[in-house]
Design a protein around this ligand. Structure first.
Ligand code: ATP
Length: 311
């Protein structure tokens, strides 16, 4: 379990992390999302003691990282900054790490297998592709068989097979009861792998919710219906959790709380003709954009003005 309380980090004038309160629970994959510069990496660095909070605190299983006697066996982390000696092989890098942390040597071979690095383990890590480097970083994170696993952008640079491997790995780690905290900009991937989400923007907490609820709140379960008799259809669909909206005089209604199928069946039962019946699909990406619209630090421009005018 990771618990942040009023976690704050300032760099001079800049507040990178601003009073964050959240809990990452074991047994599920928790996604950590936010636009560029939102404070995700800074938060993750504070979790593993690479940066000290300006105020507030963050603990892993009730203790600050530095207070754990064997931190590598407590929290395994893949952070953006790599610290692999380029001349060393993957095997030697992991062996050195194991030796200095009292981890048995056989675990090195286990994580090499787990990370799919068997065929390249004796090669210089400096010659590794981005994807292999990511796999080595993940192997190092898992070396201490930690209860808590934290990965910053783990799918970066991975090919589709690697992305699938990460997806299965994260699900597996969570199913073993571990705490899995993972940041990514790939929303489609997060939607598949994460159950819970912590969303930040400009250092502040924007949402602490499930993928389903976030999508629902953005209107993900709305069904659009068009009929010649909207007033009667409203009456037919009425129910405790059903909300029907629509402009007066319009044939179109927006319905939440019923599926397209349920609406179609009810309309047929009452002999009401429908002209259109379509579920609005909202992706996690849409929901994320909506939620973080005001918290994006670096907006891109696509307007012609930004390209300058020809002389
Ligand atoms: N060492 C530092 N000194 C000064 N400012 C910093 C430092 N580290 C981070 N920042 C600033 O703090 C803010 C948060 O940065 P951080 O890297 O944590 O964001 P992030 O959410 O991980 O972004 P990204 O998605 O781009 O990786 C940014 O505005 C960044 O410029």
């Amino acid at each position: 379990m990771i618990e942040a309380q009023q976690l704050t980090k300032r760099y001079g004038e800049k507040t990178a992390v601003d009073g964050l309160d959240f809990t990452v629970r074991p047994g599920t994959v928790t996604g950590f999302l936010g636009p560029n510069g939102a404070g995700k990496s800074t938060t993750m660095r504070m979790i593993v003691g690479l940066d000290a909070p300006t105020s507030g605190s963050v603990t892993v299983n009730g203790r600050r990282y530095a207070q754990h006697r064997a931190p590598l066996q407590e929290v395994g982390a893949l952070l953006e900054a790599k610290s692999v000696h380029p001349g060393r092989s993957a095997h030697n890098h992991l062996k050195a790490l194991a030796l200095t942390h009292g981890i048995p040597g056989r675990r090195v071979d286990e994580v090499i297998e787990l990370a799919g690095l068997g065929s390249v383990a004796r090669k210089r890590a400096g010659a590794f592709s981005l994807g292999m480097g990511q796999r080595l970083g993940i192997a190092a994170a898992l070396l201490g068989d930690p209860q808590t696993v934290m990965l910053d952008e783990p799918v970066n640079g991975l090919d589709p097979e690697g992305v699938l491997w990460i997806r299965n790995l994260l699900t597996q780690l969570a199913s073993e009861g571990r705490t899995v905290f993972v940041s990514s900009h790939l929303m489609s991937e997060m939607a598949l792998v994460a159950d819970h989400l912590i969303v930040v923007g400009r250092g502040r907490l924007l949402a602490d919710t499930t993928v389903r609820d976030l999508i629902r709140e953005t209107g993900g379960d709305t069904v659009k219906v068009a009929t010649a008799d909207p007033a009667r259809l409203r009456d037919v669909l009425a129910g405790p959790d059903v909300v029907v909206t629509g402009r007066v005089g319009s044939e179109e209604l927006q319905v939440t709380g019923l599926t397209a199928r349920e609406i179609g069946l009810k309309a047929a039962e009452h002999g009401i003709a429908l002209f259109e019946l379509s579920a609005r699909t909202v992706s996690l990406e849409d929901a994320f954009m909506e939620l973080t619209r005001d918290a994006v630090e670096y907006h891109g421009t696509t307007g012609v003005e930004s390209l300058g005018r020809p002389a």
